[in-house]
Design a binder for this molecule. Structure first.
Ligand SMILES: [Cu+2]
Length: 701
């Protein structure tokens, strides 16, 4: 399985591969030019020279330059058979097929994405600029295919203000095949896992947009080259091409996850969907929950925020598709503080800020299962039916508290009970203990319910966990009663769903306490959760300190802002490098380096006024202490920090999945501003790894 890490035997062979890659890259650029002249705008392109320079830089090994030994020259791509690298093929013949869905007329209109309207020129050379040809990988028999298109969503009542419905552009996914399903009105990737033997994730994504995409299986633990991060683990899937993701699933992968693009702003623009791996509950799980898990029906509560705007300029991003405009407003504000203005001195962001009472970014809409609360999805269940409600927070910036408003629940399970977070079992936890289930950005939670024994309809609300408002915002901009989404559960055949508008607000709830601060309920819940399968006792091999520094958007980790491709290196701290010398994409200057088979821990310290949803790719970690108080907390892939005051949390994991794995804030505007680092394996057993070597330069041409 790890053969693709194997180094080539001779430096001469490596050189040949490198030269071949450089040649192919150069040829590719000519083809791209032809596409541009054809009038199709598929992004930004640059000359051959710049593209090859970027490759050279990559191949040169930053680590080697820093004086670390034994890692140079392991760049070729070898033996990655059966992996998704195969999917970019050229030529003709049986390997290719014409998709059954045609290009949507919208997606070929030439609307292209840009990533920062003020810095597009920095991205002139896009190494992922491949010719836009009609080649597609042929799915295996029985593979599931998901098409990515540009569609529309019709919404009304922005911020609760009655208004005529209006249409917004939003990415949509539609699938067919054994792992495609529709649950509660939305498309879902649904995989059956088995206790004995492995099952396989086998999904082909077809890109019908005119811009590259990547697809990240959030919460999965695949081989590194199936991770879906642009230019770290894969080339973006080019327009009118498909890419296959195929990897084994194990019992620890059973659970509730989601898939989202890791490219630019695409996730916030709707390029995401639920991923559910079903499987039997642990045989040791306590009763009656184990039995109820076997009998429960799967339902989905899928949360998104939509229509971002800069909070102090509410008219930004009016079409819902111009996140760059919001980011530019934020950056201008942060830079003013950073460099000082109007006689104010420059602000030092590396000290412990007080918890923020406001948000940089607001949202006009909160959606549950693609719908607003004034016209919610109706979830039909039988009297006394057991429901496993799989809650997914796919929002860009918003955290929620999910409240279950039935006055009485079933007899065998009289209280809604949390059994898993982030796809990992916890000890059963009654969610009413903290006033609902608190779910941070990118987190998931599985709540067991038993429907009441009498007919009726009741809402399940997800309220934006905004924090104390302190009268900062005027209604209706941040009317807390309207900052919510939800579904309506209707029990029994005779229950009549409410007319649209009936559940447009939630009249009864207390002060909108925040998720994040010292005494808030989200943090209370985190402290109360206990992993059902905690890490084994083991000495710690790596202790990392990760300081979240910077203002609400001048985001950095240990004072370095790193960005994923194609974000421009607007903020950076590559040692001894000026901006003009940077290639368009470059290795993380300060990764967290580990070897395989070890125990690693990170102490996260949040200097920042805002909270952050810290997500590690490719692993589950355990929350083992908060503010210095040790406990056997939940296994997670995303931890929501406290706001400000240098709140601390410690997470630990086993280094059992080699590769280059991002560790980043999942809140879109923080991520895009650079709150990213990487965990990089330096060896697998006896072999050393050159990070960046495994992406497969040649595979993609
Ligand atoms: Cu953040």
């Amino acid at each position: 399985m790890l053969t693709f890490f194997k180094p080539l035997n001779s430096p001469f062979a490596q050189m040949k591969i490198f030269l071949l890659c450089a040649l192919l890259v150069a040829l590719r650029s000519f083809a791209v030019e032809a596409v541009v002249h054809d009038g199709r705008d598929t992004g930004s392109f640059g000359g051959d020279q710049k593209v090859v320079e970027a490759r050279n830089y990559q191949g040169r090994s930053l680590k080697g330059e820093k004086g670390k030994k034994g890692k140079k020259g392991k760049k070729g791509k070898k033996g990655k058979k059966g992996k998704k690298g195969k999917s970019y093929k050229t030529g003709s013949g049986d390997d290719y097929y014409t998709p059954t869905t045609t290009f949507s007329s919208k997606s070929s209109k030439g609307k292209s994405e840009s990533y920062s309207s003020s810095s597009n020129s920095d991205n002139a050379a896009h190494p992922d600029s491949l010719p836009n040809s009609a080649y597609r990988v042929k799915p295996d028999n029985g593979a599931t295919v998901f098409n990515v298109d540009l569609g529309n969503i019709i919404l009304s009542n922005p911020l609760g203000v009655p208004s005529p419905p209006r249409s917004y552009e939003k990415y949509v996914l539609s699938g067919s095949g054994p792992q495609a399903a529709t649950i509660d009105g939305i498309p879902v990737i649904l995989v059956d896992g088995y206790d004995e033997g492995t099952s396989q994730y086998r999904v082909v994504y077809c890109n019908n947009l005119n811009v590259g995409i990547t697809m990240h299986q959030h919460g999965m633990t695949p081989p590194n080259n199936e991770d879906g991060v642009p230019m770290i683990s894969q080339y973006p899937i080019q327009p009118n091409r498909c890419d296959r993701f195929s990897f084994d699933l194990y019992p620890l992968n059973f659970g509730t996850h989601f898939v989202h693009s890791h490219y630019g702003w695409q996730h916030e623009r709707g390029l995401a969907l639920p991923l559910i791996v079903r499987g039997p509950p642990p045989v040791t799980y306590p009763e009656p929950y184990q039995d109820i898990l076997k009998r429960a029906t799967d339902h989905v509560l899928y949360l998104e925020d939509f229509g971002s705007f800069a909070s102090d300029q509410p008219d930004t991003n009016e079409d819902g598709f111009n996140q760059e405009e919001v980011q530019d407003v934020l950056i201008a504000g942060w830079e003013e503080e950073l460099y000082g203005s109007d006689g104010a001195p420059p602000f030092n962001f590396s000290f412990c800020m007080d918890p923020g009472t406001d948000f940089d970014v607001g949202f006009r809409y909160h959606l549950a299962n693609d719908r607003q609360m004034n016209d919610p999805h109706i979830m039909r269940v039988e009297r006394g039916e057991f429901v496993r409600l799989r809650i997914i927070n796919a929002a860009a910036m918003s955290s929620y508290v999910v409240q279950f408003n039935a006055t009485e629940w079933g007899r065998e399970l009289p209280r809604p009970t949390l059994v898993a977070v982030d796809g990992q079992f916890t000890h059963p936890h009654h969610v009413d203990e903290f006033g609902g289930f608190w779910i941070g950005v990118a987190q998931r939670g599985d709540v067991l319910l038993q429907a009441p024994q009498t007919d009726g309809c009741f809402p399940i609300f997800a309220r934006n966990a905004m924090g104390p408002l302190d009268g900062i915002y005027e209604e209706p901009l941040f009317n807390v009663q309207l900052q919510q989404a939800g579904v309506v559960m209707c029990v029994g055949k005779n229950a009549k769903p409410p007319p649209p508008g009936t559940f447009g607000d939630l009249s009864e709830f207390g002060e909108a306490t925040g998720f994040f601060s010292e005494l808030d309920n989200g943090m209370g819940q985190e402290r109360a959760l206990r992993a059902f399968f905690p890490l084994e006792e083991k000495p710690v091999d790596y202790e990392f300190l990760v300081d979240l520094t910077g203002d609400n958007g001048f985001q950095s980790i240990n004072t370095v802002s790193y960005k994923f491709y194609p974000g421009s290196p607007r903020y950076y701290a590559l040692p001894n490098t000026t901006k003009s010398e940077l290639p368009v994409w470059y290795p993380n200057p300060i990764p967290l380096e580990v070897e395989s088979g070890k125990r690693a821990c990170i102490e996260i310290v949040n200097y920042n006024a805002d909270a952050h949803a810290m997500h590690l790719h490719g692993h589950s970690y355990q929350v083992v202490s908060i503010d210095g108080h040790p406990f056997s907390g939940a296994m997670r892939d995303t931890f929501m920090t406290q706001k400000g005051q240098c709140g601390r949390a410690r997470i630990c994991w086993d280094t059992d999945n080699a590769g280059v794995w991002p560790f980043h804030c999942h809140m879109t505007y923080h991520l895009m501003a650079g709150m990213v680092t990487t965990v990089e394996y330096t060896s697998v057993g006896e072999e050393s790894i050159e990070p960046w070597s495994k992406m497969g330069v040649c595979d993609s041409v």
